[in-house]
Design a protein around this ligand. Structure first.
Ligand SMILES: [Zn+2]
Ligand SMILES: [Zn+2]
Length: 738
């Protein structure tokens, strides 16, 4: 009797045996449905054996082979093995992470129709639809967009974000002959080719980067592509991708943000006419994601563009991997399987024997050290690609200022006013949403705290609420102090809403837009603001780091930065690295075209090394300062860390559990003679969250091999600890402390 070893999405690091019914053809990598603890689960066959150690009568059969997806190829199974062993996560959970969401069986046929690259509105359609869409605003908007598009062409990827009733309407229109598939090369005409000088010839630096990638074809070769903001890294990726695709390969491009993909897709269409691109990210509708995954697996997609989960896309002809903004923390998954998308991408490129490019203006210290040691080839783009564009002038002003309006000093306000008069755009950046980060009683000193977290509640004046940004707790904004009855309650500090109000009061005629997680919650809201900025319908943008990345607003000439000092002296060892990346990114938004840019940073630490580096546009000098600190304190990239984080309703339960975990760690390290130091437990930075007490234990090793030998045994020892109601997780290469 043949037996299938099946990895199931359960938190047990073992595969399970099931017998294979007569006539059922199974191969390694196949997806199957089986019963597990009375539930039907989908698992992946990771092995086939002649016998099982489990008694025959206790084995259950494989119920069904799932044919919606092809069996996972060997290279993906190997990738899953690596992720499972490196990050100490059960193989079944890792494999589940790799798969697209599977639809109910009946939906498959309808959803797997082939994807047209672009649809064209026909003359008949333009006429028929013009008079018939009165009561359907979404369809009307789509139709108007379609009519306004050059050549009446609308790319199908833009439709992916549409609700299903709109997509169904488009299918009906296609059936009626009102829209029709357009030839692939026509799609390129519609794309916005203006970005970053796309379509223009590559600069000499860009050309030599592309040449280096060309020369690396067919073998593992890691590259760091370090280019100042606006230097045209994207043109290098796309030119290299075009060459590798022309030679018969597939390219994989990972980006940090979902919000970046629409813009990116347009540029890809312009750079790769006639090639098929699919996107993969978690907000894609399930059917779409499944279809894109299959297009990648079948080799029909030439390029896969996606967020960290796309690193697991099946790519039979993979020839080039790109990780854009490789320093971005969103490549690390912070719950479930805690993998780092960039690091997994490097492993995959090595395993598949293909070149990989890690691109950034502000590389992570890890990547920088690899480049300095010659393990990564270092390509540099030191100049902005658009010739007249100069790097912006950076000015530092004190945070406190007599003429300030809600934290914005008089010089910043004057600079904004000057932009308004010239018809240019300004961006005011503060990395804090809401109205004010806390509420204080001026009489007794009471501050509004979250009842479930060790955190202050944030004032959201628009909604008349206090909100906790850690657990989601919401309460009404009090009229009086609950302690002393005083009605004079002061919102302390500044958030985006408060700045927005102050700007509206100060510049009543200006068109002001706010961009943060609150203002962009509604689907499509972010894209709408971005389009308004591009169209010149916004004078002043105020927002959080959502605005810092990747966007290219041609008329934006002023960036004001507020509230940056908070992160300068944070307890989190990566806080300054992150702040540096953010400030360089956000400064890079200013003056990307022919208009000169200016950056005004309000800070009380104008002589901090970061401030000096920013003024000189010299990220490298600041990175050297950080590297020296990390070397002295034995922190990454000069040490390897693993963190056990735990939470429970009671503090004593967490402390006892983590105390035992720490002790077990020291015992394991001693037994293996592994040079791993395990520290005593400490409370998390946010000691209580959502009603749970939290703590952590850190393990540190100079040598990755020692850490990797140590981890499986430590995990086992922790799993065996008693700890009622304690939830814990192991975070390998954590981005920071909990
Ligand atoms: Zn009070
Ligand atoms: Zn809370």
């Amino acid at each position: 009797m043949a037996v299938a070893r099946i990895a199931l999405p359960v938190a047990v690091p073992a595969a399970f045996d099931y017998w294979i019914p007569e006539g059922l053809a199974l191969e390694r990598g196949a997806l199957v449905r089986v019963r597990f603890a009375r539930r039907a689960l989908v698992g992946v066959v990771v092995g086939i054996a002649a016998t099982s150690e489990v008694a025959r009568e206790r084995l259950q059969p494989v119920d069904e082979v799932i044919r919606d997806l092809p069996p996972l190829p060997d290279d993906l199974l190997a990738l899953a093995d690596f992720v499972s062993s490196y990050y100490q996560e059960p193989l079944g959970l890792v494999l589940a992470q790799m798969l697209p969401p599977l639809p109910a069986a009946r939906d498959v046929a309808a959803r797997s129709r082939p994807l047209a690259v672009a649809l064209r509105l026909t003359a008949a359609g333009a006429e028929a639809l013009a008079g018939s869409l009165g009561r359907a605003p979404r369809l009307r908007t789509l139709f108007d967009e379609w009519k306004a598009a050059p050549g009446f062409l609308l790319r199908i990827e833009a439709q992916a974000a549409l609700p299903s009733h709109v997509r169904q309407a488009v299918r009906r229109w296609q059936a009626a002959g009102w829209v029709e598939p357009a030839p692939p090369d026509a799609a390129a005409l519609q794309a916005d080719g203006a970005d970053g000088g796309a379509g223009a010839a590559l600069t000499a630096d860009q050309q030599s980067a592309v040449a280096a990638l060309r020369a690396a074809r067919g073998a593992f070769a890691p590259f760091l592509l370090q280019g100042v903001t606006g230097s045209g890294k994207t043109e290098v990726y796309l030119a290299a991708a075009a060459e590798h695709i022309a030679a018969g390969g597939q390219a994989l491009i990972l980006v940090p943000e979902i919000n970046l993909t629409p813009q990116f897709e347009q540029r890809i269409a312009a750079a790769l006419p006639g090639r098929r691109t699919v996107t993969l990210h978690s907000r894609l509708p399930a059917g779409e994601r499944l279809r894109h995954w299959r297009a990648a697996a079948a080799g029909e997609a030439d390029l896969v563009l996606g967020t960290r989960l796309a690193v697991f896309a099946p790519l039979p002809r993979l020839a080039l991997v790109v990780v854009d903004e490789e320093h971005d923390p969103s490549f690390k998954q912070q719950d479930g399987v805690r993998y780092h998308g960039r690091d997994v991408a490097v492993w995959r490129a090595r395993h598949r024997g293909v070149p990989i490019v890690l691109g950034s203006a502000t590389p992570s210290l890890e990547t920088l050290v690899h480049a300095q040691r010659g393990r990564y080839r270092w390509l540099k783009l030191p100049l902005r690609a658009f010739a007249p564009a100069r790097l912006p002038r950076v000015v530092f002003l004190p945070s406190r200022d007599a003429g300030a309006a809600e934290g914005m000093g008089a010089p910043l306000l004057a600079a904004i006013e000057a932009r308004l008069l010239r018809g240019e755009q300004s961006l005011v950046f503060i990395n804090r949403r809401g109205f004010a980060p806390s509420l204080l009683c001026s009489s007794c000193g009471w501050q509004a705290g979250c009842p479930r977290c060790s955190a202050r509640l944030v004032v959201h004046r628009d909604a008349g609420e206090l909100r906790c940004h850690h657990c989601g707790h919401v309460e009404r904004l009090p009229r009086a102090c609950p302690e002393c009855g005083n009605v004079d309650l002061l919102p302390l500090g500044h958030g985006t809403q408060r700045l927005e109000r102050a700007l509206i009061a100060r510049f009543p005629g200006a068109r002001i837009a706010r961009v943060d997680r609150d203002s962009t919650r509604r689907k499509g809201a972010f894209a709408a603001v971005r389009d308004r900025v591009h169209a010149g319908d916004v004078d002043i943008l105020v927002g959080t780091q959502m605005l810092a990345k990747g966007h290219d607003f041609p008329r934006l000439t002023l960036v004001g930065v507020l509230g940056a000092d908070n992160a300068l002296y944070s307890a989190d060892f990566r806080a300054t690295e992150r702040l540096a990346a953010l400030l360089f990114q956000v400064s890079g938004r200013a003056g990307r075209r022919d208009l000169p840019g200016e950056v005004i940073v309000q800070t009380d630490f104008p002589t901090h090394p970061l401030a000096r580096a920013l003024a000189a546009h010299d990220y490298q000098s600041f990175a050297e300062v950080l590297l020296a600190e990390r070397r002295a304190t034995m922190l990454p990239p000069f040490a390897h860390l693993a963190l056990v984080v735990a939470e429970a309703p009671r503090r004593d339960a967490v402390d006892a559990f983590l105390g035992a975990a720490s002790e077990a760690g020291r015992a394991v390290a001693a037994e293996l003679s592994a040079a791993v130091e395990v520290f005593p437990p400490v409370p998390a930075g946010l000691a209580r969250r959502a009603g749970l007490e939290r703590g952590q234990v850190l393990a540190q090793a100079a040598d990755r091999g020692a850490m990797q030998r140590f981890l499986p045994r430590w995990r086992e020892a922790i799993a065996a600890l008693p700890g009622r109601r304690v939830r814990w997780a192991l975070d390998v290469d954590p981005l920071g402390f909990a």
